[in-house]
Design a protein around this ligand. Structure first.
Ligand code: ADP
Length: 542
């Protein structure tokens, strides 16, 4: 409403209809556009498919506002940039792309012919390495012709995520070189630590922040332990009741994709496979057949997905446990983009976890820190799978630092659907022991990661625990009597209630780890004024 009263609104709304042929804004789009036109730094955190592009494409063609001139867009995916530039040109918008192939062209276009495109897409490598590009930017800035820098997929600047890109680091100097040019950062994958990291690296000032719930209401989440290695029987049962519907089956290995697709075909299910080891022609064929609905089921590695936006995917099945919860969220997120109900079924096993751990250990291009981080991510997924007491949505969204009331899940996941008996457990003394341990450590200037904390509370007798002297800590083994599931539930609830919180810390080599510290609501428990009850749904005896 105050947004509609903005001086910029008439022009924005006209461009939306006339140029983009759209009628309405999606959540946060208008707010982000107006903030950009006011010349502010802007941070947009929006799930995939939410409509991030419009947030910078629309202000780029408006004449009102504080900042006129060329909008610089930095994005890591050349294919996506090409698509966008083509799409914009088709709308009659002047947009230009500079990547590794466009040697010298930029100079010709922008300086010699003094063309002023509305949007200039530049790869991060080109922005870092090309003198010409940087000269042009300096000229544009001098002429007051730089509207703003747009950093798409901004999480690539953070060593936190799996998508860290070297060339993104150079973007940290934009603010110093062009102090008067506003910056807009956009991403679909960032928890609070990544957001803070992005803000500090890009040196955003007083930025307008737009975020929304990452809950996907139309998705149903089901997690199932594999009964044996070969789950063809389970898959066939799932697929037969969904005949003719479009779906994706994700596998962790190329060989598995081929085998699973073949097994399904043998059972009369029309399935194709897709992985990075296939030739370009084979891949194109598989994608084409699946998109056209000729082959409804595609069995793929996670190489399949970037830029695939088929809106009527009715189910995403994980044949193996995924590598991280962020990955799981992205992959399952490809289901139901049309808003209609869709299902996400994950199969997992302890062997899946071990396999992933071994792969990480064997990989030659990772540092010790990076391996540790990847293994923690795997452990987190395994905890998620095993934690059948907590709503799946609560767990997934907690990963993005979003608090979700499980009553809103409405039986939309396996744990909320299971009609298990509810047992109210008083875990006050366990919780107090746990947070006293954190308090004691913080007085000593020390911290534990989540897995380390679990090991100490359970009284794990491992080399790692002994070598760090953690077995001497008060609180060691204080929760050894609790079933592991209940301990995880306790920690999940303590985090949810902000009795404990996670902080990120960077080590000398620039890598982050997540540590537990006391949260804003710790005092009540510490002083003995409050008790701590959880609703537990114990697994039925088998
Ligand atoms: P993201 O980059 O956040 O994944 P995109 O910018 O690619 O999302 O937009 C996803 C889809 O939503 C595109 O097909 C786009 O045309 C469409 N879209 C974006 N904004 C709107 C809107 N206001 N109304 C209708 N469709 C929209």
């Amino acid at each position: 409403s105050t947004l509609l009263a903005s001086d910029f609104y008439p022009e924005i709304s006209r461009q939306l209809r006339q140029v983009f042929k759209l009628v309405d804004f999606r959540k946060n789009q208008l707010g982000a556009i107006i903030a950009a036109m006011q010349g502010k730094d802007v941070f947009v955190l929006m799930p995939t498919g939410g409509g991030k592009s419009l947030c910078y494409q629309l202000p780029a063609i408006c004449n009102g506002g504080k900042t006129r001139g060329v909008t610089i867009v930095v994005s890591p995916l050349v294919a996506l940039m090409k698509d966008q530039v083509e799409g914009l040109n088709a709308k009659g918008i002047d947009a230009l792309l500079s990547n590794a192939e466009t040697v010298g062209n930029d100079w010709q276009c922008l300086v010699v012919s003094s063309r002023k495109p509305s949007l200039w897409y530049i790869t991060p490598e080109k922005l870092r390495d090309s003198n010409k590009v940087n000269e042009i930017l300096t000229i544009l800035a001098k002429e007051n012709n730089l509207a703003r820098f747009v950093i798409d997929e901004a999480h690539c600047i953070s060593t936190w995520g799996q998508d860290f890109r070297d060339a993104y680091t150079a973007l940290g100097s934009l603010r110093d070189r062009f102090p008067d040019v506003p910056i807009m950062a956009l991403t679909a994958t960032a928890n609070k630590h990544t957001v803070a990291d992005i803000v500090s690296q890009l040196k955003l000032r007083d930025h307008a922040f737009f975020t929304q719930s990452f809950n996907r209401t139309n998705l149903k989440y089901v997690v199932q332990k594999k009964s044996k290695v070969d789950i063809t029987h389970e898959l066939v049962a799932l697929l037969e009741s969904r005949q003719g519907k479009t779906g994706i089956i994700y596998c962790n290995a190329r060989r598995t994709c081929e085998n699973v697709a073949e097994n399904l075909r043998e059972k009369g299910i029309n399935a194709a496979h897709f992985h990075a080891g296939m030739s370009a022609t084979e891949k194109d064929q598989a994608v084409h057949d699946w998109r056209a609905g000729v082959v409804p089921v595609i069995v793929a590695t996670i190489a399949f997905g970037m830029g695939i936006d088929k809106s009527d995917v009715r189910y995403v099945i994980h044949h193996d446990m995924p590598k991280s919860l962020s990955g799981y969220y992205q992959e399952t997120g490809r289901a139901g983009r049309d808003g209609e109900p869709a299902e996400c079924v994950m199969f997992y096993s302890y062997q899946d976890k071990t396999k992933l751990d071994n792969q990480i250990e064997k990989s030659e291009d990772s540092t010790t820190e990076s391996k540790e981080r990847q293994k923690n991510a795997v452990r987190e997924v395994y905890q998620f799978c095993e934690n059948t007491s907590e709503c799946r949505r609560v767990q997934i969204l907690q990963h993005f630092d979003e608090r979700f009331a499980k009553s809103l899940c409405r039986r939309g996941c396996d744990t909320c659907e299971a009609d298990r008996e509810t047992v109210s457990k008083d875990l006050t003394s366990n919780a107090v022991d746990a947070i006293k341990l954190i308090q004691l450590l913080s007085h000593r200037g020390d911290k534990l990661t989540h897995p380390q904390f679990v090991s100490v509370l359970r009284g794990a007798n491992t080399a790692d625990v002994r070598s760090k002297g953690h077995d001497k800590l008060p609180g060691y083994a204080s929760c050894s009597q609790l079933p592991k599931e209940l301990l995880e539930l306790m920690l999940s609830r303590l985090l949810y209630n902000r009795v404990i919180e996670t902080v990120a810390e960077q080590n000398r080599r620039g890598f982050h780890s997540n540590y537990l510290v006391l949260g804003q609501n710790a005092q009540g428990l510490l002083s003995g004024a409050e008790s701590f009850l959880v609703d537990w749904h114990p697994k039925p005896e088998k």
